[in-house]
Design a protein around this ligand. Structure first.
Ligand code: Q9C
Ligand code: ZN
Length: 667
């Protein structure tokens, strides 16, 4: 199943016709450079190209009022003066004789995308559109937006396909107040937005963009605002919001469809956002959403005004939708203090609505509300447009080319187990290295083991080598003794591999402790047994009451613990080990594989016991990059498990900065 790309040059055919400093950044080239980059990189060719259509009036009226539609409808016939006057009723937007036509195409493109995804024609996709949509309201244009493309798409999906729950992720750097207003009291649409806020000094300067606007009536809890109160937020700030807010809540919500307000003014170099996240972060943001809703992700372009970072970010997003492994999330720093304050505020504001946040900390002591009071005292002295503090040109490295190995998934299976579709049976090439063989025999084989066991272990190390050299992306090996095979890879990694290895152990069983002292391996083990707590930074036992059979508990620890650790550790290889009788169900196992593939450029090596033959199919499917099946709405994790995860986080947060969920106390 493919990725749709929806684009029409016609949407470049309107522009600002008079002088307006607020609007001069919204130019047709935004679309042309984005599309040209997709063509130049060969990404456009790999997508399923789907034509746009014009939205019908009925489509528009799903969100907008008749009066407003009638007004916009007249704009193609207006004189320049009339257009300027019409524009004056709204904020930071302009009209043009062709914008109504383009606005209808922008909606139509979004709906074509929803159609293609919902009918199964494609798995996911992106619509490159102008004008953007997320600021426009029922009866008003705003912030370059005429009609609310994504809000209409959400209503349309509910109407047309009976979709029960839609998640809208708005990673544009502005608050999509239009989307918020549209779904404020609607529990079937969960709206998440982060946005530059600066204690209400940043456009659109709304009180209701703050973290305490959580939705109304039945929709309480279904509007999540993350205000950024400082500029220059980085990759780690964005990721920690995903790990500690969006992902746990999204999994609990369990959407049937994910819509992304994909604005790229949140990337480095953007004159509006003034943030420092690099374009490759969008590969990860996209990847982290791709196992929700069975992979049904529709990204619709919103903002993005730096003509260098915009096309880079668009390419990262589309390449990830296509299933290419994400680049390594290198050099993540600690989230900044201001980001942690925002994180803490959001988690605290939402803990009464989401069981995954039930045990979140209270508001920070340096209460943000005191800052708001200060702002009110200052009156109208807002900072907008005063001085040019953000004009220093940013430079950043172009994201490296993402070369996917020619072999996606290799398998080593016992005779008689069929090779799953699209996988390759791996056999180590050439004669075994005698040195390696004797070491294997000496260290890992028991007396009763036959030649088969040796061949399997040898193949396993050879496969790890090939993955280390990026010749194979992922692998699955069935072995007789998983603990032994795991030790074998760990030892091999320490001596022969150039990369750090993240070992994820699912289920009970002893993990030899000497495997994690030098930082070359980080071991995270999920089990039901209390461990003899070694207090090492590199061995992290996660004890869950019901072990891995408890879906909410496991998921909670994956998003809040495993992913932040993994991203900060930044391994070159992930070794995922399923211990015997782990109790983990297929769908969670597949979610785990899917999420872990955001690390190590997708280099995931799975070890399972020989008798887990029924798991081979689902495991291979996930390693091949197929979306994991949805888990359904989640119940609350056990309080003991949430507490266990909290206390682990507490113990580890000084070593692993991405585990922080609260701002440092400042007295
Ligand atoms: N310094 C979108 O990104 N304010 N809209 C412009 C210029 C309006 C942004 C002020 C920004 C609107 C879709
Ligand atoms: Zn924006």
């Amino acid at each position: 199943m493919g990725t749709a790309l929806i684009y029409d040059e016609e949407m470049t055919k309107y522009k600002l016709l008079w002088v307006d400093p607020a609007c001069k950044i919204e130019v047709p080239e935004r679309l042309t450079v984005s599309h040209e980059a997709l063509v130049a990189t060969g990404l456009a060719d790999r997508c399923v190209s789907i034509p746009v259509r014009e939205a019908t009036e009925a489509d528009i009226l799903l969100v907008h009022s008749e009066e407003y539609l009638e007004g916009v409808k007249k704009t193609p016939y207006m004189t320049l003066e009339d257009l300027q006057e019409f524009t004056l009723q709204y904020g930071d937007v302009y009209f043009h004789p062709n914008i109504y036509h383009c606005a209808k195409l922008a909606i139509g493109a979004s709906l074509q995308l929803v159609d293609a995804v919902m009918t199964g024609k494609v798995r996911n996709g992106m619509a490159l559109v102008r004008p953007p949509g997320h600021h426009s309201m029922r009866s008003a244009a705003s912030g370059f937006c005429v009609f609310n493309n994504v809000a209409i798409a959400a209503q349309y999906a509910k109407r047309q396909y009976g979709v029960k729950r839609v998640l809208i992720v708005d990673w544009d750097i502005h608050h999509g107040q239009g989307v918020q207003y549209c779904f404020e009291d609607d529990p079937s649409v969960l709206y998440f937005s982060w946005h530059r806020y600066e204690h209400q000094k940043f456009w659109p300067q709304l009180r209701e963009s703050d973290f305490d606007s959580v939705g109304k009536e039945k929709g309480a809890g279904f509007n999540i605002n993350v205000p950024w109160n400082k500029v220059k937020m980085q990759n780690s700030d964005y990721l920690s919001i995903f790990f500690h807010v969006l992902l746990p809540v999204a999994y609990e919500f369990s959407p049937d469809l994910v819509l992304v307000c994909a604005g790229f003014d949140s990337a480095i170099g953007d004159p509006e956002g003034e943030m420092c996240a690099t374009p490759d972060i969008f590969a990860h943001l996209t990847h982290l959403l791709m196992n929700l809703a069975g992979g049904k992700v529709c990204a619709v372009l919103e903002g993005g005004y730096n003509l260098t970072s915009l096309p880079q970010s668009v390419c990262q997003t589309v390449q990830t939708l296509l299933g290419d492994p994400a680049p390594r999330p290198a050099n993540l720093e600690s989230p900044c203090k201001s980001a942690l304050e925002s994180l803490q505020c959001v988690r605290s504001a939402h803990r009464q609505y989401w069981s995954c946040l039930k045990h979140a900390a209270d508001l920070p002591t340096s209460d943000i509300s005191t800052k708001r009071i200060k702002l009110e005292e200052e009156g109208e002295k807002t900072g907008e447009g005063e001085e040019d503090k953000g004009t220093d040109e940013k430079v950043w490295a172009q994201p490296p080319k993402r070369v996917a190995p020619s072999i996606r998934t290799a398998v080593v299976l016992p005779d008689g187990v069929a090779c799953p579709d699209q996988c390759e049976r791996f056999s180590s090439p050439g004669d075994p290295d005698p040195l390696v063989v004797s070491k294997l025999r000496e260290n890992y084989l028991k007396d009763g083991d036959d030649g088969n066991a040796l061949t399997t272990l040898y193949s396993l190390t050879a496969l790890a080598d090939k993955m280390d050299r990026n010749e194979i992306c992922s692998g699955l090996v069935l072995v007789r003794d998983v603990s032994m095979a795991m030790m074998c890879v760990v030892q091999h990694a320490a001596t022969a591999l150039s990369n750090r290895v993240l070992v994820v152990c699912v289920g009970d069983g002893k993990v030899r402790s000497d495997c994690s002292e030098d930082g070359k391996t980080l071991v995270v083990q999920f089990s039901s047994k209390e461990s003899d707590d070694q207090r090492s930074k590199y061995y992290i036992p996660v004890c869950l009451q019901k072990g891995c059979s408890d879906v909410p508990g496991l998921l909670h620890s994956i998003s809040g613990l495993l992913l932040p650790l993994g991203y900060e550790y930044d391994p070159g290889l992930v070794l995922l080990v399923q211990m015997p009788d782990s109790g983990i169900c297929d769908s969670v196992w597949q979610q785990l594989i899917g999420l872990l593939q955001g690390l190590a450029r997708g280099h995931t090596l799975v070890l399972m016991r020989e008798d887990e033959r029924t798991r081979v199919g689902p495991t291979a499917s996930s390693l091949l990059g197929n979306a994991a099946p949805s888990l359904g709405q989640l119940h609350a994790p056990l309080p003991e498990d949430v507490k266990a995860v909290e206390s682990l986080r507490h113990r580890l947060k000084s070593d692993w900065k991405l585990l922080q969920t609260t701002a440092p106390e400042t007295g």
